[in-house]
Ligand binder design. Structure first.
Ligand SMILES: Nc1ncnc2c1ncn2[C@@H]1O[C@H](COP(=O)(O)OP(=O)(O)OP(=O)(O)O)[C@@H](O)[C@H]1O
Ligand SMILES: [Mg+2]
Length: 497
């Protein structure tokens, strides 16, 4: 078939460390090809070679047997290869339209000037296709993370693509947005676009993918038709061992109440009453925008409460800032880890040890052996894949960056750990590690507040779940009577099925 894209014998190392070893991959036009592998397996690096961001040390990329010259993303674009990146790379203070224009000025120029009308028309067309109901002049910083991801996708659709790489496009999307994306994938397929699809959400692969290639530790493992594969087989190929229990929930003994909210309101949520006891994992579920994160923001002293009481370990408190909340023993791993959780230019060691620096300094000096022990134990516990503990955070794979954020908070040994979407973008093997860590945290007499859009995960790991709807709590479910349908009914007010 004409238009076969092939990568052959690709090798790549960074500072002498080999991250891709003789990797191959081929994509037919009109095919959706999933690329699977654990965090750090080399998926994004391989795709950056295909898009001219990195040059391989050896190996070739061909279309119909003809080698391509790929020295830049512009070269790749000329062959019709576009990539939707894992990291959102938009300019927050520019508008949607301006963000779409960057790097594509040539297409929209008319006699040396930018053809604003054409740009606006094309932007509107793409936004409509993505059903993103926003004025193209809206500033990107005013959009939610999910909407920003849609703009990232819009960037790739602005051009006529032949091959489209999607690196975890659904990580921050709602179910509805994901469905729309799948419709778009179907229509791209119908117009013969070849799609490479990277995702850690195994269950979604089976509805849209034709073939799947698995990588492990920078090596090619296998390619299969998805209809001939089971989820269990693919997971085993990825992690190199058999993974049995998906949610290894253990029951901890429940102790004293740690936190209580009594009829609390803020500018974003109202009449929130809930409690969390030592030893409990308490879930907060609900649709995106129902106010889950906003509840966490009140507890952590980011948003002011306008009404009601916050009771921390039997004392009425009012955290005026995150610093106060951290001092009392609260940690908050936010959903937006890239922007709020990491110093990208600093090493793993600094990132993990930053919040607890004081505990390890003596007369103003950092006890570096203590620091090293702490950082090393976190790297092992969370299986953070890196060359050294001083590797810059920006050079870690996406999933490993998230693990560093979790490690940083774990090091503060909090009594209450608020986890907002803790496993988004994290591979199946590492998810299990995080679930085990959650068990361990509560077994030690601490508590977890878990916010997750992944319903099986929320119900799999929580002891109780508060269901939010329209900025307030609409119901509470106990573990022994968890039921997905009941949950969805409460979360949607029974309107949707
Ligand atoms: N610019 C770089 N410099 C040094 N090492 C790098 C660089 N980019 C990637 N690496 C390393 O290469 C390996 C593969 O990373 P890559 O981002 O390709 O993984 P991935 O499969 O996309 O993982 P994830 O699922 O977490 O996104 C990792 O060990 C990473 O630390
Ligand atoms: Mg990646």
């Amino acid at each position: 078939m004409s238009g076969l894209l092939q990568l052959e014998g690709i090798n790549k190392s960074f500072s002498g460390v080999s991250v891709l070893k003789n990797v191959k991959l081929d994509i037919y036009p009109g095919e959706v090809h999933a690329l699977l592998g654990e965090n750090g397996a080399g998926k994004s690096t391989l795709m950056k070679i295909l898009t001219g961001v990195y040059s391989p040390d050896s190996g070739t990329v061909k279309i119909d047997g003809q080698p391509l010259t790929l020295h830049s993303i512009h070269d790749a674009r000329n062959y019709g290869i576009e990539m939707i990146h894992q990291e959102i790379s938009l300019f927050p203070s520019l508008s949607i339209a301006e963000n779409l224009l960057i790097g594509r000025e040539k297409i929209f120029s008319k006699m040396g000037f930018i053809d604003r009308t054409k740009l606006r028309e094309r932007t509107n067309e793409v936004l409509q296709r993505l059903m993103l109901k926003k004025d193209p002049n809206t500033l990107v910083k005013e959009l939610s993370v999910g909407e920003q991801q849609l703009v990232e996708i819009a960037k790739a659709l602005l051009m006529d693509v032949r091959y489209l790489i999607m690196d975890e496009p659904t990580a921050a999307l709602t179910d509805l947005e994901t469905e729309r994306l799948f419709d778009i994938i179907q229509s791209l397929k119908a117009s013969n676009v070849g799609i490479i699809y990277i995702s850690h959400r195994m269950e979604e692969l089976f509805s849209i993918v034709d073939r799947v290639t698995v990588m492990r530790d920078g090596q090619y493992i296998d390619t299969r038709m998805i209809k001939d594969a089971t989820e269990h087989q693919l997971v085993s190929l990825m992690v190199g061992r058999s993974v049995t229990e998906r949610y290894p929930k253990e029951q901890a003994s429940v102790g004293e109440e740690i936190l209580r909210l009594e009829n609390v309101s803020s500018a974003h949520v109202h009449h929130i009453t809930l409690n969390i006891r030592a030893g409990e994992i308490v879930g907060i579920g609900g649709l995106m925008g129902s106010g889950r994160t906003e509840v966490a923001r009140i507890i952590f002293g980011v948003d002011r409460k306008t009404k009601g009481n916050l009771v921390w370990k039997q004392q009425v408190c009012n955290f005026k800032s995150p610093v106060e909340a951290i001092k009392k023993g609260i940690a908050f791993a936010t959903e937006d880890r890239k922007q709020q959780g990491l110093v990208l230019s600093a090493g793993i060691r600094e990132n993990i040890s930053l919040p607890t620096l004081k505990q390890r300094s003596k007369f103003g000096f950092i006890e570096s052996s203590k620091e090293k022990t702490l950082v090393n134990s976190m790297i092992t516990k969370l299986r953070i894949k890196s060359h050294s503990m001083d590797q810059e955070a920006c050079r870690l794979s996406g999933g490993n960056q998230q693990k560093v954020v979790l490690a940083k908070w774990m090091a503060t040994e909090p009594s209450l750990f608020i986890l907002d979407e803790p496993t988004r973008g994290i591979d199946v093997g590492a998810k299990q590690e995080i679930y085990r860590l959650m068990n361990q945290i509560v077994a030690e007499g601490n508590a977890i507040l878990l916010i997750s859009s992944d319903l099986p995960e929320l119900l799999g790991m929580s002891d109780r779940v508060y269901v939010m709807r329209d900025h307030t709590i609409a119901g509470e479910l106990q573990r022994d009577s968890f039921d997905q349908d009941v949950f969805i009914k409460i979360a949607t007010g029974g309107e949707l099925q």
